[in-house]
Structure formats: C-alpha cells, structure tokens
Design a binder for this molecule. Structure first.
Ligand SMILES: Cc1ncc(C[n+]2csc(CCOP(=O)(O)OP(=O)(O)O)c2C)c(N)n1
Ligand SMILES: [Mg+2]
Length: 740
C-alpha cells in the first residue's frame, strides 16, 4: 500500500520561505498535507459523480474533515498505533497510506475492495496492514472496541508470552503484534457522543488510564439535528471535562497546523502512559450528510456560506499562498496531478471484477478451524485426583455439578492459554485485592460463583470486574478479541443482555464477514439463562435463544448437563468463532446431569446432538432445562403406556444437528420439539418448519411443539408453573402425538 507521495521536484523551487516552520511543521509537510486533503475531497467528488451516474450505490463524504484527518495521521504512528476511525475519515486513511484506488474499489463494491470485498458501504474503512480496524455503520460501537484494543495492547506488554502462537486452537490463526507504548485512536461525530457506548468507553478509558485518543469531529450536525439539541449546553467538551486522568483539547479542526499541535500533545500524553486524551475538533460539513440527504431542507444558505468560509481545503490553499510556500502554479500542478490520479483510479476501479454471488457464505465463520470437526471430539479422561485453585487435592471421580465443571474448565483453560481474560459484573473474587492478600475474605467469584477462585489464582489483570454496563462488556471483549486475546466474558442474567444487543448483533459476530476475513473476534460470552427458579419472575427467568441463533456468525451453545457443559465450553474457548454460551441457572447445581471432571482436554464438537434415550415411537427434540423434564416424562410414558420415546438433546443450537434430527424422525415418523422459551417465533419454530419441509413424507403425524406460553414468566410459583412447560405438559404432548 503506497502512501500518497509529493513530487520531490517541488521542494526547492517552490518552497519560497525555506527554514520557516509552523508548530514544527515544514512548508514541505504542509504541501504534502494539502495534496492528501485535496485528494480526499476529489475522491469524494468523483464518488458523487459516479453515484449520479449510478455506477456506485452509496456515498458519504469526508468533506470538511480533511484537516483533522491528516493531522491525526501525522501525530500518530502508521502501522504501529491502532485506528478505529469513522466514515468521515477519508483523509486520515489516505494519510495513513490507503490509496484512492482502494477507496474507489469500495465505492464500486469490487471483489478486491480491501475494506470489505464489496460487503459494506463505502467509507467503512478497514485496512489490516495499517491497523485500521473494520467498522460498522452503527454510530458509537467502535468506541468500546477501541477501549478493548488498548486494553489488549497493555495486556500483551505485561504478558508477552501470551502473544506466542500455539497449535490446535484459535491461536494458530491469530497473529499478535503489540508495542509497549502504542496508542489507540478512535474518532466519532458530535451526534455520536449521545450514544451510551460513548460514555461507557470514556468511563473505562478514564478509570483504567488507557492510551486511547478520542477525537470528536464536531461538524455541528448529526444528519439534520444540530449540536445544541443533541448535547446539553451544545458543547461536549464541557460535559466530559470531569472525567479524571484525561488530557483535553478543544480546537479548530479545520486548521491542520492547530489540529496537529493539539493531537501531538494528546498523543504524547497517551504514549507516556498518563491516560487517555480527548480532542474536540470543530469542523464543518460542506456537503449534505450523505447523498441520501439534502441539507438545504434544514440549513439556510447563510449558515452554509459561513461554513464555506472555513473550508479546510481553501483555507490551507490560501495559507500556502499567503506564506509563499506555494504559488498558484504549484497549487495548480498538485491539483492537476491529483485529478489525474483520481480519474485513473476511478477508471481502474470501475473495471475491477465484482464479487461472485457464490462467495456470500465465505467467512461467516472461520475458514481455518471448524468446531464441528473431529478435532473437537475428544474422550473424557476422568482423573483420580483434582487440584483446586487453592492447591487442595480431592477425589475427582465424585460427580460434580455443572457449576463446578464450568469453573474447573475455565481454570484449566486459563492455565493452558495466557490469552484468556475473564471479566463481567461481579466475576472477580474481590476487586479490592488487598482483602484477598490479607486473607480477610473468601471472595465472591460471580453471583452464581462460576468464576470463584479464578482471580485468586490468575491475578486481577486476568479476572476482573467490569462496570455495570453490558455493552461495555461485549464491546471491550470484541476489541480485545480483534487483537488476539480470548475474552471469556459473563453476562450476569440473560434478561439483561439487551444493552449489549447492538454489540452482539451488529458487531461481534460480523467482524469477520464484513471485513472479508481481514479481522475476526472469537470471544466467548457466557450467559446465565432460564427459569424454573421459583421466584425468578420476569427479569430473572427469560430465554430468547432464537434471537441469537438468528444472527449469522455467532455460535450458540446450550448444554443440559455438567459433562456437556465442560466439553462445549472448552470447544467454545479454543475455537476461532464468537460463541454465545448459554448456561441454565436451574441446571447449575441440579442433581441431574452431574459428572466427574472429564480432564483438561475434553471437548464436545459443536452441532452434534446427543441421543439421551433411544426410542421407536416418537422423537422429542429438546435442550437445556427442558431436557431432564422431557426425560422424566418419557420414562413415565414408557412405564405407564409402553410408548418408546427417542430423546434428542441438541446441545448446540447454532449450528444444530440436522442429521441427528432427520435420522431419528425417519425412524419414529413423529416429532415433538420442546423448549422453554415462549412458543411463538421460538427456537422450535425453525426446527418444526425444517421437519415439515424436508421430512414431510416420513411423517405419520403433524409436527408438534411444546413451549412456554406467549407471556413473560411470572413470580408467583403457581403462575410460573402454568407458564413454563412442565413434566405433565410434556407427558401429555408426547402421549397425544404417539396416539395420533
Ligand atoms: C446507532 C445508529 N443510529 C442511527 C444511525 C443513522 N445515522 C447515521 S450517521 C448519523 C448521524 C451521525 O452524526 P455525527 O455523529 O454528528 O457524525 P457526522 O455524520 O455528523 O459526522 C445517524 C443518525 C446509525 N448509523 N447508527
Ligand atoms: Mg456531526
């Protein structure tokens, strides 16, 4: 990737005031910047033209934001620092080394578009070699990724061995690079500062003194909403000024010299390890928000003219002329060269091959490591003794609960892989670690104690509490995973996963696909889920797994017993895809499904169901906490009515084991899908539809479902029993189906 270069012949003949510098910048440097800024504007103009000719399909410009972009690139280190820019940062990316041709490949949606291979809108930058990380259209999500990225950089500096590659798991395919004093740059618009994720990111960057350089490019508008409506008092600098540990700058971002000086001070502060910096750059938006917007509908000419007087391109041109750095001829020469370069780049991009339709499934998941493969199918090795976190040895052959085995699996994996970090709400033993050291306390380790003892064994930089903010947890995990860490984070209750929904739907699972495999984020999100708690009520009983199985790129796992939980969690941790690991709260300490610890290498592959009980009269397909209830019902049915049920535990919901379902239904010719979520649109709906579609000729009865009522779960146990599927409901449904 070539940096946009200046013709060296210009140097001596055209720089008239030799020796004079501007905030340490030579005239030649400013000429270079003028070229990049002008290039940026001309690429925008070319795209606008192509959009009008219907040769590209969307356009959003970086116009007005060029000066802050070149200044930021100059204040930071290319291919060394990390960048989470947003769509206005064309000039930044050009200055970092991206080319107009690469950008125009994005505009036409070419196969070789380096940002996404034609999958994302243009101006959604991703340049792997430049550490410019893939971004989405969702405003603000990238800010938490930047925080996670900075945390990863710090972690690898403190644990350099963690960066080593290892065979046989995701590390084999995840290169790690880090610098001791790297900075993570993140930019956003003024409107985006209203997003909660902005505040969550500011809070964590401040609290952990992270080297994150926040750059707010304030053009006074978020589409048509002016900044005083967006931001209380109309000035974001005022609102954030109380955050500790920050270096703050508020500047005219249309002046590259001023912007450079401020960004340099900010970068120096971050690089020295003092903490984060916040640069609030006032810029302009001379074009409408995008080509889908007409700003004349909400901005009068007078206001637009006022902005035009501050246009960074014409202002820098005037400056170069006024200072005698370039004369008119020199300006014309640069502009002509740029125009020719952009024209040629556009012609080439228009002729570039477009992606083939049959590539659409590429990179939904890792092309390198298949968690459904035999490599993840290992035998249990039940040991005679087991060593706990405190060094105590105990007989390991005793059956243990699901909670115990998840805890042990986490511990063994953390011993094996130094890239694993665990965070979430209350997951640490105690954040005030002096209490642990002084042996004053026992430690908490999660509200369900699943992470108990892990902080004590692995330290507070590997196991720590997050703020009470679910987007913060998943967003930071995404940023860390992009850098090669393996975050295994916890969402305390499924009922409270929703603040993280944007991160779980629009970010974590789609990083690989949208960047055409340039980036990936194989993090694990453990979630306590489900009801049957007696008193769990609405907000501690929810299911809703189908919402996530509906998200391409995310693996969704839901074990029903301790042994599967251990094996599937290990697969989740070692695999190369993001995983939502659903742990049923009612099963954590259930007598059903206990097992001895199956050893430190036991894995269950994804997408492989288990036949819990073979049968001939009907197939019951289920998972999670309905499984033991269905088993009870099936055994009763056999005892009382000699009806033989084949019970299939899916274990993994995405991917799911269609072959096991099909084989069983072809044998029994009857299918009941039982699940805990509410009936309509629930997980069983898809399975039922597939059976009806693909196994129609094998069926002797309609496909049936049994699930919760289409309500939330109530507190009073009588209501809860009526809402969630009970053994008696399952028994009746199975009997009816067998007798159909
Ligand atoms: C979460 C989210 N909500 C809404 C949108 C639609 N949208 C795209 S850009 C934008 C305005 C952004 O304004 P600002 O942050 O000031 O950036 P600017 O475009 O002005 O540079 C909106 C509302 C979006 N992309 N993401
Ligand atoms: Mg704005």
């Amino acid at each position: 990737m070539a940096t946009t270069k200046v013709d060296p012949k210009l140097n001596d003949s055209e720089i008239k005031k030799k020796g004079k510098t501007y905030q340490g910048l030579t005239g030649q440097r400013l000429i270079d910047w003028y070229r990049i800024m002008y290039t940026s504007r001309r690429v925008d103009d070319r795209e606008i033209l192509l959009k009008r000719q219907q040769k590209v399909f969307f356009q959003i410009s970086g116009a007005g934001h060029e000066a802050i972009g070149v200044a930021a690139a100059a204040a930071l280190k290319t291919e060394y620092d990390w960048f989470f820019p947003y769509y206005r940062d064309r000039a930044l990316c050009l200055a970092l080394g991206a080319t107009p041709y690469e950008m125009l490949l994005g505009a036409v949606g070419a196969a070789d578009d380096p940002s996404s291979g034609g999958r994302q809108m243009p101006s959604h930058w991703a340049f792997k070699a430049l550490n410019v990380v893939t971004q989405s259209s969702a405003t603000g999500t990238q800010i938490l990724h930047a925080v996670g990225c900075a945390e990863a950089g710090r972690y690898f500096s403190q644990h350099p061995n963690a960066a080593r590659k290892a065979e046989g798991d995701y590390r084999q395919f995840k290169d790690v690079q880090f610098q001791g004093d790297e900075i993570t740059y993140v930019s956003l618009g003024d409107g985006t500062t209203s997003e909660g994720e902005f505040w969550e990111a500011m809070n964590t960057a401040s609290n952990r003194r992270l080297p994150v350089l926040f750059c707010v490019e304030d053009n006074g508008y978020a589409i048509s909403v002016p900044v005083e409506v967006q931001t209380s008092g109309g000035n974001i600098s005022r609102l954030v000024s109380g955050f500790p540990n920050f270096h703050f700058e508020e500047i005219d971002g249309t002046d590259p010299v001023v912007a450079y000086a401020a960004l340099k001070r900010a970068a120096d502060y971050c690089r020295a390890g003092h903490g984060p910096a916040f640069v609030h750059a006032h810029v302009i938006r001379p074009y409408s928000h995008s080509l889908s917007d007409d700003e004349r509908l909400y901005r009068p000419d007078s206001e637009r003219q006022r902005d035009a007087a501050r246009d960074p391109i014409s202002c820098l041109q005037m400056f170069l002329l006024r200072e005698g750095i370039l004369d008119e001829k020199g300006i014309n020469k640069i502009e002509k060269e740029v125009d020719e370069e952009v024209q040629a780049a556009a012609d080439r991009a228009l002729a570039a091959p477009v992606p083939q339709p049959d590539t659409i499934y590429n990179f939904v998941y890792s092309p390198d490591l298949d968690p459904t493969s035999a490599a993840f199918d290992t035998k249990p090795a039940f040991a005679a003794v087991e060593t706990a976190a405190d060094g105590k040895r105990s007989a390991a052959s005793q059956p243990k609960t699901m909670a115990d085995l998840i805890n042990t699996t986490l511990r063994d994996e953390m011993r094996r892989d130094e890239r694993i970090v665990i965070f979430g709400e209350d997951v640490a033993d105690a954040s005030r670690e002096e209490y642990i050291k002084q042996k004053l306390i026992k430690g908490k380790g999660g509200v369900f104690k699943l992470t108990s003892g892990l902080q004590m064994e692995f330290g507070s930089d590997r196991v720590f509490n997050s703020p009470l903010a679910e987007a913060n947890i998943v967003g930071r995990a995404t940023g860390m995973a992009v850098r090669g860490l393996k975050p295994v984070v916890e969402i305390q209750f499924f009922d409270y996963i929703w603040p993280a929904m944007m991160q779980l739907r629009d970010e974590l699972p789609i990083i690989r696909w949208r960047s055409n495999n340039a980036f990936s984020a194989p993090a694990v999100v453990r979630v306590a889920i489900g009801g049957y708690l007696t008193g769990g009520a609405i907000y501690h009983s929810q299911c809703g797994e189908s919402i996530f199985t509906h998200t391409p790129g995310l693996r969704v796992v839901f074990p029903s017993n301790a042994l599967d939980a251990a094996g599937l969690l290990r697969t989740a941790i070692r695999c190369d895809d993001p995983v939502l690991f659903l742990e049923h709260k009612r099963l954590y300490r259930e007598t059903y499904g206990r097992a001895p610890y199956p050893g430190p290498d036991y894995m269950v592959p994804f997408g492989k169901a288990k036949i819990v009980q073979p049968g001939t009269d009907l197939t019951v397909i289920t998972y999670g906490a309905v499984l033991p209830r269905a088993l009870q019902a099936a055994q009763k049915l056999e005892r009382e009515h000699q009806i033989s049920v084949e019970l299939v535990d899916l274990r993994c919901l995405s991917p799911f084991d269609w072959d096991a379902i099909a084989t069983s239904v072809k044998k029994t010719n009857r299918a009941l899908i039982a699940y805990e979520d509410s009936l309509s649109w629930g997980y069983g709906a898809e399975i039922a539809a597939r059976i009806a579609d693909q196994l129609f000729h094998h069926l002797d009865a309609p496909v049936k479902r049994i699930a919760a009522t289409d309500t939330f779960v109530a507190y009073q146990p009588i209501l809860e029993d009526a809402i969630l599927p009970q053994v008696s409901d399952l028994f009746r449904a199975m009997k009816d189906l067998a007798e159909f």
